[in-house]
Write a protein that binds this ligand. Structure first.
Ligand code: ADP
Length: 602
């Protein structure tokens, strides 16, 4: 989806407007540093022009007049000019490199700070591989574009101007020939530019696909191996790689087409210049020193001119990345921020849905006029077939999505008027999808409450029945969890997540019980850990375990976004309605008496 949007925008937004924006938002702050580079370049360009200028005197004074003193003088002057150019180039290159790194760092920070503030809906529709690629690729594109502009203007253009001044001074007539032929090259180049745009964008998209495929592989490696999917994945990856290669080839091809054009024009100018020059020497008695100096200037002008001719092509390729970057930076968070966000003032933690309407964009309304109450300090269990809206209900309490109508309140305060961070301070989500970060076990638990002391972390781990297994890991609390912490068992991961939640000590707990089967012992431990967590707090739990529904103060049966039944386990069983059917289907197995906590496999 993002790709198509880019296409549309690409044709709408002009390159000049984009460069102006980039310059005013980023380039301007770097002006003093760029100015330094430009001054150095000015000196280098003057030194270059001066050395060409000297050639005239070398030819006339030394070669023709044979004046020895002049020879020494000229050689020394040329050596000094050479040193100035060398040192200047070095200083300019270092300065440009540093400016570039600073720009990349700034753009990466800006992108990340922006992205982390966007809502869950944005992440729902954006593949993570694309974000990874953009973070790396688009911020360097900003640097490239600014660099191209400043290298082109600051170095090549200045050098070219200096050399043209020499040409005109030495031989105005010949200069005319060169100056007329130059612009023809520019026109020839322009038509290549449009093609580069499209190809560069397509190349970026293939690259994003490559990253996504790699991520999927890393994440799903167990499934891939278990299902013998290696050949399929290899093929998918090979296709993506081939795609990137073909497109890169295309860019090389289009870019290279500028060179023959320039070669031909170069040869033509040289022929014309040689002809006229020879004519002038033979019949018009011009100064040969000036002629040679002129030819040298033309020769030196060739490289910067060639680069300048390609500038537009490179700019366009870079601008594709800048466009994509701005496309991300321009995404607005969809959830409205209240003008004067209030802190949540908690009483007993009663959560209430009052005539709530909600729809995910594409799938039509999920909740309509939806009423729901979770009493403070009590456990409310949500049950119902998959897709009935249980997880969505929980996401709405966290304000991951905005609602279309009605109100969601906590102790009578509408959550849309609250400061979201205050809201989330009082609400803890423990989902099936347990995220552990690449850090020590201790720090992973401490994520629950960043200021917590080591003793508090340990107390939380004990309450979550995690302390013992943590001590059995290699370095105890200091054990580093690698990517995805695959060395921990499912039950252990869950208990870490519960420890984190206990440490957070929020008054409202949103719980999505895992559906994956655990062995009976882990199951017991996880259950006890959950019990510790729920104590004295408002708990809303998507229940998959029998013991959870049995102990819940209230069970709500959700079907297609509606609560069709609610009450206690015993009352609902007695009513013999939807819950009773669900209970027979989902929770009760023949050999599982009511105290058994074994999980039905989904
Ligand atoms: P449950 O938790 O009961 O299985 P969910 O709340 O996950 O149900 O889903 C309810 C409905 O909303 C389903 O039809 C599902 O396809 C849809 N849905 C869930 N998450 C999203 C999302 N991020 N974007 C669009 N539709 C979604």
């Amino acid at each position: 989806m993002a790709v198509i949007e880019s296409w549309r925008k690409l044709t709408e937004e002009g390159s000049v407007a984009l460069m102006r924006r980039l310059f005013s938002e980023v380039g301007r702050d770097f002006m003093p540093r760029y100015a330094y580079v430009i001054v150095i370049n000015l000196i280098v360009a003057s030194a270059t022009a001066a050395s060409v200028w000297l050639i005239r005197d070398v030819v006339n004074e030394v070669f023709f007049e044979k004046r020895e003193a002049m020879l020494y003088l000229l050689v020394i002057a040329m050596a000094i000019l050479g040193v100035i150019r060398g040192v200047g180039r070095f200083l300019a290159t270092v300065a440009m490199g540093r400016i570039g790194n600073a720009i990349v760092a700034r753009m990466q920070n800006r992108l990340y700070n922006h992205l982390i503030n966007l809502g869950i809906d944005f992440y729902d529709r954006t593949p993570s591989g694309e974000l990874v690629t953009r973070m790396g690729h688009n911020s360097t594109a900003a640097r490239d574009v600014l660099h191209i502009l400043f290298t082109a203007a600051g170095r090549d253009l200045l050098t070219l101007i200096g050399l043209v001044v020499v040409m005109v001074a030495q031989n105005p007539l010949l200069s005319l020939v060169v100056i007329v032929l130059g612009p023809i090259a520019v026109i020839g180049i322009a038509h290549l530019v449009r093609r580069v745009r499209g190809v560069a964008l397509a190349q970026f998209n293939s690259f994003a696909r490559l990253t996504s495929d790699m991520q999927e592989t890393a994440r799903g490696i167990r499934v891939i191996k278990a299902f013998n999917m290696e050949p399929t994945m290899r093929q998918r990856m090979a296709d993506a790689i081939e795609d990137v290669r073909l497109r890169s080839d295309k860019i090389v091809h289009i870019g290279a087409r500028a060179s023959p054009l320039m070669e031909i024009l170069g040869a033509v100018s040289l022929t014309v210049v040689t002809f006229i020059a020879g004519y002038q020497v033979i019949y018009m008695d011009v100064d040969p020193g000036a002629l040679i100096s002129f030819v040298a200037a033309v020769g030196l002008a060739y490289e910067p001119a060639k680069r300048l001719a390609r500038v537009q092509i490179e700019l366009e390729a870079g601008l594709v990345g800048v466009r994509l970057m701005y496309e991300l930076l321009d995404v607005e968070p969809t959830i409205e921020v209240p003008e004067q966000p209030q802190p949540l003032r908690l009483a007993d933690g009663t959560v209430r849905f009052d005539k709530v309407d909600f729809a995910y964009d594409a799938t039509g309304p999920l909740f309509r006029n939806f009423d729901f109450t979770a009493e403070g300090g009590k456990v409310t269990a949500l049950v119902g077939p998959s897709g009935s809206g249980k997880s969505t209900l929980i996401s709405l309490i966290e304000r991951f999505y905005g609602i279309g109508g009605g109100r969601i309140t906590i102790d009578g305060q509408d959550i849309s008027t609250l400061d979201t961070s205050s809201l989330r301070d009082h609400v803890t989500l423990v989902s099936q999808d347990i995220v552990l970060f690449r850090d020590t076990i201790r720090e992973n638990i401490r994520f629950g409450r960043p200021g917590a002391s080591d003793a508090e972390v340990e107390a939380a781990a004990r309450a979550a029945l995690a302390h013992d297994f943590i001590l059995r890991t290699e370095d105890g609390y200091d054990t580093h969890l690698l990517d995805s912490a695959s060395t921990l068992s499912g039950g252990q991961r869950q208990r870490l997540a519960i420890a984190r939640a206990i440490l957070r000590d929020a008054s409202i707990i949103l719980l999505d019980e895992a559906t994956a089967s655990l062995d009976t012992e882990s199951e017991h431990k996880v259950q006890t850990a959950f019990d510790h967590l729920m104590q004295g707090r408002t708990t809303i739990v998507i229940a998959h375990r029998l013991s959870t529904v049995k102990n819940a103060d209230k069970i709500c049966v959700l079907v297609d976004g509606e609560i069709v039944e609610e009450g206690s386990h015993d009352a609902l069983l007695a009513a013999d309605g939807a819950y009773a059917r669900l209970y027979r289907l989902q929770f009760r197995t023949d050999d599982a008496p009511t105290t058994d906590v074994r999980e039905p496999a989904e």
